[in-house]
Ligand binder design. Structure first.
Ligand SMILES: Cc1ncc(COP(=O)(O)O)c(C=O)c1O
Length: 489
């Protein structure tokens, strides 16, 4: 039996099933599909597509594996741990196992340098940060209401935050001229525009550290944002999923730290999204957290969490792992060191062929600047270049337009999901590509120069033949611009 297509009867299925709100038609996901069709493998498919479009942290899996082997009791599916099986396999309280919530709260405090404490009673589980983001939207906004979101932003927010909730996202354009900083002015301007269009703005949401920029918000910017939401009485949702991926001196500052320093801050407006997908490299475990300072939100999110609970087996294992201070300390220190090394290797390799990246200190990716390789500074030219990179260079990177970047020519490239040898191969491919493009451009320029030269000689002959020595051109007439001059500027 085949599927019944909704083209034949659009009303057969729901609006959610038939609208395009899933956002999967984006080039961001197309790149993944290109990789799936022809995945690189060093021996089986050495000319395949290298996946650099997936924000995964695989650099410290060896440490986690070691811990699992050394702690067989933490898994209920081992002979050492099977005694715990019956208890854990049963239905659990959807508040989560107490030992799990305690361990997560402690871990969240630790990765913020112990400067803030998190209350286990406010930890609400969800299926990854994906589920956490949607849950928080369901709690804070009605269909049609909006959240401001600084762009460029994580493409799947269009799906996670909007699709099933009906919430709108209003991008707040940030620009390269100030390193994509979020300014008071651009937030105010986006707010004013929404007011003019009668859109009810319920809050501001952003990822800190940023995906795709890999930058962190400084304390003053965070204070400004907290002041802004307090003034407008709207919500501030901070997705801090990359908080422990910082690898250079600029330390991550959590909104949790900042609100503690602001007198009169309305805590009911502040919410954090977290997950173990990036910091611990466990995206398959689907451990997401909603942490809200608002009691009503905690209570509602907890009821909703039955739709996306973390399995008790996973909670049980992680409770033991995250409570092991020696392991967590070693893991975090090593992860940050390895990320720094990988970032250096990749960005220095790119620099050798004249490619720069936005200066970053966190995340599992860089924001690569290819503006100089665009035929025109347009979104179409960006996509043309992106297609060339996927089809010819055979690397899946993600174009800036899929992150709602207002400036064409930026690409996000992930560097922590592949091994070092594959990074080296990707760099070789990029080098060869840049060489080809540069040669082609200089050939084209040479050709253009030669044809301009011929044109110029012809027109000079023409000018000489039409200009009488008695001077049809007065001394103060503008000098005709030579095409040669144009070609060389
Ligand atoms: C900023 C941001 N938020 C949320 C997510 C989703 O994370 P999870 O895998 O925990 O659902 C991602 C994943 O890339 C992300 O980058």
């Amino acid at each position: 039996m085949g599927f019944v297509g909704n083209e034949s009867d659009p009303q057969l299925l729901s609006k959610i099933a038939t609208n395009n709100g899933h956002g999967e038609d984006s080039h961001y996901f197309d790149g993944w599909k290109a990789y799936d069709r022809d995945p690189y493998h060093p021996s089986k498919n050495p000319n395949g597509v290298i996946q650099m479009g997936l924000s995964e942290n695989k650099l410290c899996h060896d440490l986690t594996e070691e811990w699992i082997v050394e702690n067989p009791k933490a898994s209920i599916c081992t002979s050492e741990g099977v005694n715990g099986f019956k208890d854990i396999a049963n239905y659990q309280d959807y508040h989560g196992l107490p030992q799990f919530r305690n361990a997560v709260a402690k871990f969240m405090g630790k990765i913020r340098g112990g400067k803030v404490a998190f209350d286990p009673e406010r930890i609400v589980m969800s299926g990854g940060a994906t589920g956490a983001g949607e849950t928080i939207m369901f709690c804070l906004a009605n269909p049609g209401e909006a959240f401001l979101i600084p762009s460029p932003y994580y493409p799947a927010f269009d799906r996670d935050l909007r699709w099933r909730t009906g919430v709108q996202l209003i991008p707040v354009n940030c620009e390269s001229s100030n390193d994509f900083k979020i300014t008071k002015e651009c937030i105010e301007a986006a707010w004013e525009n929404a007011q003019k269009e009668n859109i009810r703005v319920k809050g501001l949401i952003m990822a800190n550290p940023s995906n795709p920029l890999g930058t962190v918000l400084d304390r003053d910017t965070l204070k400004d944002l907290v002041a802004f939401v307090n003034e407008k009485q709207i919500h501030l949702v901070c997705d801090e999923i990359y908080s422990a991926t910082t690898f250079s001196s600029a330390a991550f500052v959590s909104v949790a730290e900042v609100i503690a320093t602001i007198d009169g801050c309305n805590l009911d407006l502040i919410h954090i999204i977290y997950s173990l997908s990036k910091d611990m490299g466990l995206p398959g475990f689907r451990v997401g957290i909603v942490y809200s300072y608002n009691d009503a939100v905690v209570s509602c999110a907890r009821k909703m969490s039955s739709f996306g609970l973390v399995s008790s087996q996973t909670q049980y294992l992680l409770a033991a792992m995250l409570s092991d201070d020696a392991f967590v300390d070693r893991f975090l220190a090593e992860s940050s060191k390895r990320l720094a090394k990988r970032h250096k290797l990749f960005t220095e390799g790119l620099a050798k062929v004249g490619i720069s990246c936005l200066k970053s200190c966190a995340g599992l990716f860089v924001w690569m600047d290819l503006r100089h390789l665009l035929q025109q500074p347009t979104p179409e030219a960006e996509l043309a270049l992106w297609r060339l990179i996927i089809n010819d260079v055979k690397i899946n990177v993600s174009p800036g337009s899929s992150f709602h970047c207002s400036e064409p020519g930026w690409f996000r490239v992930c560097f922590a999901n592949i091994d070092e040898e594959t990074v080296e191969i990707a760099l070789e491919r990029i080098k060869a590509f840049v060489r080809r493009v540069t040669e082609k451009t200089s050939k084209m320029k040479r050709k253009q120069w030669q044809s301009n030269l011929q044109l110029s000689l012809k027109s000079r002959r023409f000018e000489e033949s039409v200009m009488s020595p008695h001077g049809l051109i007065s001394p103060c007439s503008p000098i005709p611009q030579s095409p040669l001059v144009k070609a060389t500027t």
